[in-house]
Design a binder for this molecule. Structure first.
Ligand code: SAM
Length: 227
């Protein structure tokens, strides 16, 4: 699978490839019990989960990242594998998925990685998490206007909310304009990638001012009446 990474200009070490291999094996093992991913074919997992997660990796360094709705650990785990210095927290609502994420962290010996079982709209109200991260990422969790309310409160002023999206993400952009502004953000840039024939986008929202304490609202309201 090293060649797949290479085709996308990622020259990974044998150790990093080994970690991706272990991650794949655990994903398949746990998927039988917990239903973590619909994609199980090895090449597809590498492309649609692993490589998709790191397309934007040059943007990361020694940052602290909170990944909302990590599920099987995407994009957080691949990002950690390719950026050893990244400090990662994965916030996931389903405990069974957290159990899988902890197994990955232990098996791959990932350091400075924290798994949190909980909901974004509840944890964002806690002092120790609010505006505590350089980056808040999310992939396949909700439409952009809803996702912004989950994620923006976690980002420090000057930091970035990163939404990993397919082509649909661009349609969601205009719908999310008001939410992004209300929550203290501003679209910084939109990266476009070709993932072996599929268009993928990473939307960068810069946090330019603090998020009003009335956000996030309760989940019912966020979903029924998006900003
Ligand atoms: N990010 C992963 C990926 O791209 O493969 C998982 C995507 S999965 C479709 C969405 C995940 O987000 C689920 O595991 C779900 O439990 C979690 N989730 C949804 N809403 C959430 C919330 N408000 N707070 C935390 N996790 C949430």
């Amino acid at each position: 699978m090293k060649e797949l990474f290479f085709e996308k200009n990622f020259n990974l070490s044998d150790k990093q490839i080994e970690k991706f291999e272990s991650c794949y094996n655990l994903l398949i093992e746990y998927n039988n019990k917990f239903n973590i991913t619909a994609i199980t074919d090895k090449k597809e997992v590498y492309i649609k989960h692993f490589i998709d997660s790191i397309l934007s990796e040059k943007e990361f360094n020694n940052y602290s990242l909170l990944d909302v709705g990590s599920g099987g650990g995407f994009p957080a785990i691949p990002l950690k594998i390719v950026n050893e210095n990244l400090t990662v927290s994965m916030l996931e609502a389903t405990e069974k998925k957290c159990e899988f994420l902890r197994a990955v962290v232990n098996n791959l010996n990932l350091t400075n990685v924290n798994v949190i079982n909980g909901r974004a709209e509840e944890f964002a109200l806690k002092k120790e998490y609010r505006e505590g991260y350089d980056i808040c990422s999310a992939r396949a969790v909700a439409r952009l206007n809803i996702l912004a309310e989950y994620c923006m409160p976690f980002v420090k002023v000057g930091g970035t909310f990163l939404a990993f999206k397919g082509e649909i993400g661009l349609e969601e952009l205009s719908e999310a304009e008001n939410a992004i502004k209300t929550l203290g953000g501003q679209i910084d840039k939109i990266e476009e990638f070709d993932l072996f024939g599929n268009k993928r986008y990473v939307i960068h929202v810069k946090k330019i001012k603090r998020t009003d304490l009335k956000y996030p609202r309760k989940n019912g309201q966020i979903r029924k009446k998006p900003l």
